[in-house]
Design a protein around this ligand. Structure first.
Ligand SMILES: Nc1ncnc2c1ncn2[C@@H]1O[C@H](COP(=O)(O)OP(=O)(O)OP(=O)(O)O)[C@@H](O)[C@H]1O
Ligand SMILES: [Mg+2]
Length: 497
């Protein structure tokens, strides 16, 4: 007989108001295993996780822990059973110290009854050592970088005796270095017998970390395989149900005049300085660099979210001043922010209005807003990007994470900008939609849009860009032509060599 699974789900179903998030999901996790869970946006991955953690209750099917059927579940019960989830956005209390955050995980469990500061710090230190994190236990969590907060969360989970750790897209916004560090921790925990569920859209990272992989499609488990026995092409075919070449559709577009230029541009408050860059009509300029190099700050300063205090912005050769995002939009500059969950969508609004929000002026006439047109355009974008929803007037909050991102992207694409700034445009987006977004970028370039694309995925940068600007320490240190850009070359510059 096969060994008893640590955690298993059999034939799970779950509907939300008539939408089948899961129709028959089956999954099992062994101790000391990393089991990857993959599937397109809206396939039901997060829903399955929420059923494990008790955040959501299943309609049908059963889950078991150590062969014992779980009949009653809630976040507190699940936690007490040793199941913990780590999300892309860390969930620490920012104003509490690291030690307090870690202790909270245990005290809520009743493990520690009285506040014993010395003991708290000692335990916190021990747990942080287990995840190889050199973090002072007295730092307030809010001061830590995102990857550090993630490690504290893992330490906290271990402190409450987690046997099952679930990672929902943990590396989506991690740098290469932080990803490798997280992998080291995961491998260490595997040796310690922890079972881990690992969700990611970065398929290329799976061979390095996963033992097995399960593919979900439309709420259904398609297959579970040994990771070593499945190629990335096979995996993609299982995910999308058809062949798909995940290659970059880059086509050479005749470049026009410089549309957008930065001259000695900088902002002390945003930590960027002396930026010189121009983007021509039809050109895609990739912006590479490590986290903290100033890439997002540059985008924000251009868009009027931070105040520039040196240099100038030229639009078609004429200096312009942007004091507020609404002015940037009036100039035809669009910006897809990195943190879509915070800034990219209005969760309570319908999908259709979210898409058309930035284009209201175009859709309005003196007779008011043209709702028919709004619906038509929104429908076109949701179809092209494959936003999975039964109706475009549903609230964005009902969409899966990746589908929310597609909505945020649609909004800016449809403003028909002359300058488009994209910050990590395909982060958290499934392979099929990724290809579609790249195709849309090429189309826009073909129409003469100047595109600035910030991305941490080097294959994307190399595949899509005409030129690659590499940032380090708040400024652009080198600009590569497409022909000269290589992964190693970009990395060396990004690291400051
Ligand atoms: N609260 C909700 N109300 C209505 N529908 C929902 C709700 N939560 C999820 N859904 C739907 O359930 C389906 C599965 O969503 P889920 O979040 O599990 O997908 P996912 O595989 O995690 O996708 P992603 O890769 O984009 O994160 C989606 O179609 C989504 O729209
Ligand atoms: Mg999800």
């Amino acid at each position: 007989m096969a060994e008893t699974a640590l955690l298993s789900a059999f034939n799970i179903s779950k509907s939300y108001a008539g939408v089948h998030a899961l129709s028959s999901a089956t999954f099992d996790l062994r101790s000391g295993e990393v089991h990857a869970l993959v599937g397109e946006n809206g396939a039901g991955k997060s829903t399955l996780i929420k059923i494990f953690t008790g955040a959501v209750l299943n309609d049908g099917g059963e889950i078991s822990l150590n062969g014992e059927r779980i009949t009653e579940n809630s976040p507190a019960l699940s936690k007490a059973r040793g199941i913990a989830a780590i999300y892309q956005q860390p969930a620490l209390f920012p104003e509490l110290t690291v030690a307090e955050n870690i202790a909270l995980g245990q005290e809520l469990n009743g493990t520690l009854s009285k506040v014993n500061w010395k003991e708290r710090r000692r335990i916190a230190k021990e747990l942080l050592d287990r995840v190889g994190a050199k973090i002072d236990t007295e730092t307030t969590a809010g001061e830590l970088s995102m990857p550090q907060q993630q490690l504290v969360e893992i330490a906290r989970a271990l402190g409450s005796n987690a046997k099952v750790l679930i990672f929902d897209e943990p590396t989506a916004s991690l740098s290469e270095e932080d990803t490798q560090n997280l992998f080291r921790v995961i491998r260490e925990l595997r040796v310690q017998g922890v079972g881990m569920v690992y969700i990611s859209h970065r398929l290329e990272e799976l061979p390095a970390i996963a033992d097995r992989v399960t593919v979900l499609r439309d709420g259904l488990t398609i297959e579970t395989r040994e990771m070593a026995d499945v190629s990335s092409e096979q995996l993609i075919r299982l995910m999308v149900g058809r062949d798909l070449s995940a290659v970059f559709p880059k086509r050479t577009v005749e470049l026009g005049e410089p549309i957008f230029e930065l001259k000695n541009f900088g902002s002390r408050s945003a930590g960027i300085r002396n930026i010189n860059l121009s983007v021509r009509a039809g050109e895609i300029v990739g912006v590479a660099g490590l986290i903290g190099a100033g890439r997002t700050e540059l985008a924000k300063t251009i868009f009027g979210l931070e105040e520039p205090d040196e240099g100038e912005i030229l639009l078609r050769g004429k200096p312009i001043k942007i004091g507020h995002p609404s002015e940037a939009i009036d100039y035809g500059i669009a910006y897809l922010p990195e943190d879509r969950r915070k800034h990219g969508v209005v969760l309570d609004f319908p999908i259709s209005s979210n898409i058309t929000l930035a284009s209201l002026k175009k859709l309005s006439s003196r007779f008011g807003l043209n709702f028919g047109k709004e619906r038509e355009i929104a429908a076109e974008y949701t179809r092209r990007l494959g936003v999975k929803t039964p109706a475009i007037y549903n609230a964005v909050s009902t969409l899966s994470g990746g589908n929310q991102q597609k909505v945020a992207l649609s909004r800016w694409l449809m403003t028909q900008p002359s300058v488009l700034i994209l910050d990590e445009p395909t982060q958290g987006i499934d392979v099929g939609a990724k290809a579609e977004i790249h195709e849309l970028m090429v189309e826009l370039a073909g129409q003469g849009v100047a595109i600035l694309m910030i991305s941490s995925e080097l294959p994307e940068v190399l595949g899509m860009s005409d030129r690659v600007a590499v940032m380090h320490g708040g400024t652009i240190v080198k600009i590569f032509d497409r022909a000269d850009a290589t992964q190693d070359g970009i990395l060396a510059v990004a690291l400051g060599h």
